[in-house]
Design a protein around this ligand. Structure first.
Ligand SMILES: [Zn+2]
Length: 113
């Protein structure tokens, strides 16, 4: 799809940059919460257990956001070097619908199973 690639790249790039911004903001907010747990409401001794659990939850969210940010940044560099939208296993074009749903997908539907 040589002629469509520019539009596809342009569109994907914009969406990836938006996602990158979102994940960065989210990561900052979560890190801030982990470092400043006293910001939590109802921070009494008896609530420590809850607070710890919330911190665990936040660390999971943080790990997830960091991983997604990595995927997004990988996708952006694939746009730069012209390999965006190719399946890493078979080298075929990833289905446009799939890229629309997951702009940082690296595998076609068949190989993502
Ligand atoms: Zn494939």
């Amino acid at each position: 799809m040589a002629n469509d690639n520019n539009d596809l790249y342009q569109d994907a790039r914009e969406r990836l940059l938006t996602l990158q911004e979102e994940y960065r903001t989210r990561i900052e907010a979560i890190e801030d919460h982990i470092q400043n747990p006293q910001d939590d409401l109802n921070e009494h001794w008896e609530d420590q257990a809850i607070s710890y659990r919330q911190n665990d939850m936040r660390k999971n969210l943080l790990a997830e956001a960091q991983q997604n940010l990595m995927y997004v940044e990988n996708a952006l560099s694939r746009i730069e070097n012209g390999t965006y939208g190719e399946c890493e296993v078979c080298g075929e074009d990833i289905e446009p619908k799939r890229l629309e749903a997951i702009p940082y997908a690296t595998l076609c539907m068949q190989h993502a199973e």
